[in-house]
Design a protein around this ligand. Structure first.
Ligand code: FMN
Length: 169
């Protein structure tokens, strides 16, 4: 069964966008029709059977445009299959699942989305401003911790789940 799937992502420095593109390629390879869009560019979800929403985490929170998207499209998303992921942990905590911010958790419950998946992120040198490097000494965290096999494996799980009809409660 081929589904029309939207992968919508929110990013500040770009690395979550590349993850979304990889997720989209895996779903396409499994036979689904997929659009990958920066979340601010998505006006409607009505044409999609399923929606994957991903956001970078900053200071424990999702990007505001991703939270706004969940809130604005909550009713429509309730009637679709929805998966959520966030990208963030870097350095020593790169393997640790990150807590879902309370506003996102509340919306995820309303939408009946699957539990949020954590993927390790990437910290680019450009993100370290003078102010930040003095404040948080982030320099040693610069690098790409994104785990492509893990991202691809999860995408394939989603693709397989989409092959089966949704069980109506
Ligand atoms: C100022 C700052 C704050 C961050 N806060 C968090 C955080 O609270 N939790 C987390 O897991 N990652 C945090 N990160 C790491 C980013 O989420 C990671 O670099 C992510 O991959 C960036 O995604 P993007 O390139 O799509 O914007 C932070 C990074 C910066 C620069």
């Amino acid at each position: 069964m081929s589904n029309k799937v939207l992968v919508a992502y929110a990013t500040k420095m770009g690395s979550t966008g590349t993850m979304a593109a990889v997720i989209g390629s895996e779903l396409r390879a499994a036979g689904h029709q997929v659009d990958v869009h920066e979340i601010g560019a998505v006006l409607a979800v009505s044409e999609y059977d399923a929606v994957i929403v991903g956001s970078a985490i900053y200071q424990g929170r999702w990007r505001p445009e991703a939270v706004r998207f969940l809130r604005d499209h909550e009713r429509q998303l309730r009637n679709r299959r929805v998966w959520l992921f966030h990208s963030g942990p870097i350095g020593r905590s790169k393997s640790q699942d990150q807590p879902t911010p309370p506003d996102v958790a509340r919306l995820a419950r309303l939408i009946e989305a699957a539990p949020v998946k954590t993927f390790a992120g990437e910290l680019q040198a450009d993100a370290i401003t003078e102010r930040l490097s003095r404040r948080a000494e982030l320099d040693h965290l610069i690098g790409d911790s994104r785990d492509w096999p893990k991202i691809r494996a999860w995408s394939r799980e989603v693709a397989t789940a989409l092959q089966t009809a949704r069980v109506q409660p």
